[in-house]
Write a protein that binds this ligand. Structure first.
Ligand code: BV8
Length: 244
């Protein structure tokens, strides 16, 4: 019986909320319009802070107008349903939006950071920062200017909470990847780790991910339909499905 489900989400779970994906085969992904190596690396920020900050200001403003969709709500439902039967949902997201939280998910692990937070490079404090961010802004904790950056993991930077993620993977019964292309590591490697730990693996996506062959089961279609259907099945037809 399923007691502990590990879910990894990517940009596809927020696509129907109007937030761009990155490498989407169908759409104009964000990285099709912007070069990540010019906007999402520490070197880019050091060399061209204004362009990088403007890129994240644009994405922060888009997020302010976005709303969670049925996929986010279904995962919040799953968290409650598992807890009610003494189980556990580990929800790890590559996304930097707050749509899982706004849909009601209580424990969300943001391995690539959070768009609505800023980190001070002088004193390392991390604060909620829902508005535009400029080099002239002073850190609320150390009062120094010129040190604030988006609390986001860029390419070449170590993702966050990796020990906690690995521990949860080693304890889970089922690994589910939702709306991710499997293009970015270490997140794209989690399915191989899950298999090594003996978990069943399940891909819910619009198109097969780059690592689709590593999944025992796949279900394709828009997340706002496939994710609620999957959660409904689990909650109404019993928890025996998908497990190892
Ligand atoms: C690290 C935050 C090591 C920023 C992101 C060469 C040089 C440098 C590094 C590397 C290198 N080669 C490999 C690497 C590692 C690199 C990497 O993997 N690069 C790739 C491109 C090859 N990884 C890193 O650099 C990572 N760090 O390795 O550190 C290290 C070790 C020790 C010490 C220090 C460092 C850090 C990676 C994190 C980068 N930050 N985001 C921002 O958001 O601006 S990555 C970015 O891509 C997003 O986080 C995004 O989440 C992530 C993955 O993309 P997806 O979420 O999968 O989105 P994508 O568009 O790709 O796919 C969308 C999917 O949804 C598709 O499958 C589509 O079919 C589906 N979909 C679309 N619509 C729907 C849908 N599904 C359902 N319903 C729909 N409606």
């Amino acid at each position: 019986m399923l007691k502990h489900i590990f879910v990894l989400t990517g940009a596809g779970v927020s696509a129907e909320s109007g937030l761009g994906t990155f490498r989407d085969k169908r759409g104009e992904g964000i990285w099709a319009r912007f070069d990540p190596m010019k906007l999402a690396t520490p070197e880019a920020f050091a060399g061209n802070p204004e362009d990088v900050l403007a890129f994240y200001d644009m994405r922060r403003r888009n997020l302010a107008n976005a709303k969670p969709n049925a996929a986010h709500r279904a995962l919040a439902r799953l968290e409650g349903a598992l807890a009610a039967r003494g189980g556990r949902l580990t929800l790890v997201t590559q996304n930097i939006d707050d749509l899982h939280e706004r849909a009601g998910s209580r424990n969300v692990i943001h391995m690539h950071g959070e768009l609505l937070k800023a980190r001070c490079q002088h004193c390392s404090s991390v604060r909620l920062w829902p508005e535009d961010l400029s080099p002239a802004d002073a850190c609320p904790d150390c009062s120094r200017t010129g040190g604030l950056r988006p609390h986001v993991v860029w390419f070449g930077e170590m993702p966050l909470h990796m020990d906690e993620i690995d521990r949860a993977l080693s304890q889970a019964d089922l690994f589910v990847a939702i709306g991710t292309s499997g293009a970015v590591y270490p997140a794209a490697g989690f399915v191989a780790d899950a298999r090594a730990y003996g978990l069943r693996t399940f891909e819910i996506n619009m198109d097969p991910a780059d690592n689709a062959d590593l999944f025992d089961e796949q279900r394709y279609g828009p997340a706002s339909e496939t994710v609620p259907a999957w959660v409904e099945e689990l909650v109404t037809k019993g928890w025996a499905r998908n497990d190892r």
